[in-house]
Design a protein around this ligand. Structure first.
Ligand SMILES: Cc1ccc(O)c(S)c1
Ligand SMILES: [Zn+2]
Length: 263
């Protein structure tokens, strides 16, 4: 049973060869959210986000996705409320997507796949002093997951899309400032599912309180096509590989309960 194994299957993605050792391995992400099995919890509060666009610093291609990074040396961009007891600092956001619009998200809802998924990564600044510390602790991180659907153009996303050609290759970075991540949140942030899981990329540590939004956001086909124009490979490599399908395979629930903030 995958829940008791000390290893998780190495992922479809070529970059991860061989089994990855994960401590315990019984609260891995992503998962399929089975709506009728989720449990309504009336104690779950609305999310409270307080993002300061001035803390936005840079955008870079890390060879797996592209990350928009925020200055997390102060409590200027924070997340609290929802299922969380503490205050968390925004450190970065990134996306996972497919080579086609038929798949690309990491979480699914009743097995439904979306073309992409946005992750806003925060760490517990009430208990820890650095992301690197928090990422190893079981209440260290809070990641907001938001599904993307193909439809009308997302005006707020365009500034980010326009910056992507400058970071086509792995390890490229450009300055990226005054971007308010609140523009990427869906209109309704009160309705979400939440469960305890892990990062979906190495080190796959089981330190994440996942908050998956019920309501998706819409981006245009052309905007998503620019994501797919990014490359996994650095400028020096002979063979260039399109940055697509940078999602992890779904993991066993292992008896976990997914709670919902709505009925
Ligand atoms: C910290 C972090 C890095 C990469 C990821 O895909 C996720 S989900 C979290
Ligand atoms: Zn992610």
């Amino acid at each position: 049973l995958a829940c008791s194994s000390k290893y998780v299957l190495s992922q479809m993605h070529p970059m991860w060869q061989g089994p990855l050792a994960v401590p315990g391995g019984d609260r891995q992400s992503p998962i399929d959210i089975v709506v009728r099995k989720s449990v309504f919890d009336s104690k779950l509060k609305p999310l409270v986000t307080n993002y300061d666009p001035q803390t936005c610093q840079q955008i870079w291609n890390n060879g797996y996705s592209f990350l928009v990074e925020y200055d997390d040396t102060t409590d200027k961009s924070t997340l609290k409320g929802g299922p969380l007891q503490d205050q968390f600092r925004l450190c970065q956001f990134h996306f996972h997507w497919g080579e086609s619009n038929a798949w690309g998200s990491e979480h699914t809802v009743d097995r439904r796949l979306f073309p992409a998924e946005l992750h806003l990564v925060h760490w517990n600044s009430d208990k820890y002093s650095l992301f690197e510390e928090a990422v190893m602790e079981d209440n260290g991180l809070a990641v907001i997951g938001i599904f993307l659907k193909v439809g009308k153009r997302h005006e707020g996303l365009q500034k980010l899309v326009d910056a992507l050609p400058a970071i086509r290759h792995k390890d490229s970075v450009v300055e990226f400032t005054r971007f308010d991540p609140a523009c990427l949140l869906p209109a309704n942030t009160d309705d979400y599912w939440t469960y305890h899981g892990s990062l979906t990329t190495p080190p796959l540590t089981e330190s994440v309180s996942w908050i998956v939004m019920k309501q998706h956001i819409e981006v245009s086909h052309d905007q998503l096509a620019v994501f797919r124009s990014l490359l996994f490979t650095s400028a020096e490599e002979d063979v260039q590989k399109s940055m697509v399908n940078n999602f992890r395979v779904q993991q066993s629930l292992c008896g976990r309960t997914v709670r919902s903030s709505f009925t």
